[in-house]
Write a protein that binds this ligand. Structure first.
Ligand code: 3PG
Length: 409
């Protein structure tokens, strides 16, 4: 790595030989029909873990999958199996009980152990300060067995959770390779934004990007916000291009979003762009229509060709591009064109591009774009944390790792 991230200790700053390292990874992955998918988060975390093993550390991985109560909330056995494609790894379905502690104590230099989903512990996700989390049973049970805490999970840095902020409060702590890369790239884009700057915002939940639209319009550092997906459709209603149907009028959540979108248009009508044509499903097939023909409550699954061209032109002429979320239902080949065209324009553009959001990195390969062609782009593996960073770079999991010196405790 040529650039060095300021204010943090990295794995190069520690003598790891024989040391027990608590390594916070984010291997939270897409689960389809109960099967955890092998995606970049697993591949990239494996690389940092290998570095730690090369330095003869005893590595204990702390990680989560899903959220309690949701379908993808599960034990980490399958993740262990996927990580075994890259290294020998032990797995134990315990987090801080006697078996987990015995397994940690039994590790040899150059060995790695994955503990079970830390979110199985209720205290992991309690809303608490780093100090308070450091007093949890979880932290008190495992911290005494470890020498160093390394966080490589930029994508959970916006959560003030025990495994993110509690351990670094009581242990020497630094950042992993993936976190280094994310911080360098975000710093570059967030503070060296060059004009023309283009945001491309899509995805299925418009409210997820309201904060970023707000801040972007306030800071006046953007030439265009190109909207796609459900956000694009929301602006079509907000601008009066599509009439509201009865169903929307009765949907309280939709109406709140609509009011917000109208306020954004009042502030940034020349900046916010929305589709002029879209693709809908007719008899299961893609059909492109001008937006004026979109009926109330009809779902647009992709942007249309004209919109794709207009957006691509802006992207090709930009010097900074920030993208969150695919342009449509890219998982279905019939509706992947808009997302493909936008990625292609990013590849062609000389702009520095930063791409993030839950499905964005997976979408690049799924729509058939070669990542190598995006030489000026950083693809963040983070979803929520990526957006939060643009709104306020003081994420709890980052702040707690800043300006550390050794042997503080
Ligand atoms: C993510 O997938 O964005 C991270 O793993 C964080 O997950 P969370 O939103 O459930 O905290």
């Amino acid at each position: 790595m040529n650039e060095k991230v300021k204010d943090f200790l990295t794995i190069d700053d520690f003598d790891l030989d024989g040391k027990t390292v608590l390594f916070r990874a984010d291997i939270n992955s897409v689960v389809i029909d109960g099967q955890v998918q092998m995606k970049e988060r697993i591949v990239e975390n494996a690389k940092t873990i290998q570095k730690l093993l090369d330095k003869k550390a005893k590595v204990v991985i702390l990680a989560h999958q899903g959220r309690a109560g949701q379908a993808d909330f599960m034990h980490l056995e399958q993740h262990a199996q996927l990580l075994r494609n890259f290294m020998d790894l032990k797995y134990i379905d315990d987090i801080m009980g006697p078996s987990a502690r015995a397994a940690i104590k039994g590790l040899d230099r150059g060995e790695v152990l994955l503990l079970d989903n830390v979110r199985m512990l209720a205290e992991e996700t309690l809303s608490k300060t780093p100090e308070e989390h450091s007093q949890s049973l979880f932290v008190k049970s495992l911290a005494p067995l470890a020498d160093i805490y390394i966080n490589d999970a930029f994508s959970v840095a916006h959560r003030s959770h025990a495994s993110v902020v509690g351990f670094p409060t009581v242990l020497d702590a630094g950042i992993g390779r993936l976190m280094e890369r994310e911080l360098i790239a975000l710093e570059k884009a967030a503070y060296l934004i060059k004009s023309p700057c283009v945001y491309i915002l899509g995805g299925v939940k418009p409210e997820e990007v309201f904060d970023i639209i707000n801040v972007t319009l306030e800071r006046k550092k953007v030439e265009s916000i190109l909207t796609t997906g459900a956000l694009g459709t929301l602006f079509l209603y907000a601008s009066g291009t599509i009439e509201l149907g009865e169903e929307q009028k009765e949907d309280e959540h939709f109406m709140q979003n609509l009011e917000q979108a109208k306020r954004f248009l009042e502030k940034g009508k020349d900046i916010i762009k929305y589709p002029e044509d879209v693709a809908v499903a007719i008899d299961g097939k893609r059909r492109e229509i001008p937006v004026a023909q979109l009926k109330p409550n009809q779902v647009a699954y992709d942007i249309g060709a004209k919109t794709g061209e207009e957006y691509s032109e802006r992207i090709r002429n930009a010097r900074t591009v920030i993208m969150k979320g695919p342009a449509g239902l890219y998982e279905d080949k019939a509706f992947a064109k808009g997302t493909h065209d936008i990625f292609e324009a990013i590849s062609d553009s000389e702009a520095y591009s930063l791409l993030g959001g839950g499905h964005t990195s997976a979408a690049i390969s799924d729509v058939g774009i070669d990542r190598k062609s995006m030489s000026n782009a950083h693809v963040s593996l983070a979803g929520g944390a990526f957006l939060r960073y643009f709104v306020d770079k003081h994420l709890p999991g980052i702040e707690v790792l800043k300006n550390r010196s050794f042997k503080k405790f």
